[in-house]
Design a protein around this ligand. Sequence first.
Ligand SMILES: [Zn+2]
Length: 284
Amino acid sequence: MDIRSVTPTLCRLMGIEPPSVCTAPVLEAVLEAAPSRVDRVLVYAADAIGRVFLDNHPDLKKRLVAASDVQVELRSMMPPKTPVCFASMFTGAAPEVHGIRKYERPVLSCDTLFDALARARKKTAIVAVRDCSVDIIFRNRPIDYFTEEDDAAVVKRTLSLLSDDRHDFMVSYNQEYDDTLHRTRHDGPEALAAAGRHVETFVRLRQETEEHWARYNRALLFTPDHGAHCDAAKGKSDHGEDIPEDMDVLHFWRFGAAAPTDSTERTRRARDESAASAHPFSLS
Ligand SMILES: [Zn+2]
């Protein structure tokens, strides 16, 4: 299984038709852990946090496991470059189908998850840092685009959109770990601190979705696009090769069930009371 399966799995959960180019299978392990239907989704996409990196940093992995219900190990796309991977993750299609086969960032012309959501009348938001792939390749669609200056602003915007509750589906993209690993090393202290911030953001988003989306069946995802490895000759890290460090990712899914609202709770109580008064052995 690979990261393309994110799209058909989300479509199944939201009860919508997948995009026309999607051929990837659903993630059965995710569906087993999920409520029958999901009405609100937040995808938190932290760039370049790979499975091997998390295995080497069990404290971070433990935080993600504790904040989620199900973990799935997936392969990335070849080559494991950001626009190639997110194009596949949000179309369910291979690079030769969606057309981004190397590091290039055209606006996708094929059908995407976001088009499928729009056809189903779902309101979508993408929150990302200016000039990043996620902010560029899904343009020209009925999506609310929020282009921010840095990760902190992306998180701040995401929190305010959660509390506004105007969107059914949101993608929130962070890139500090990826930026740092290209400058230094993916396992150095700076990158480690950045990865720690991404993990803590996921934990925070779990709390916030529970508060602001309490009345919906909901899903929160942690979905990196690829991993990274250190290039010993350069003393810096990179990604783009067919090796486990670059190609293996772990995705984390958290589900929440809708809490009864005041009005549904009143309806239930009224029904229970009338059922009690209609009981043949009732004294009243
Ligand atoms: Zn990336």
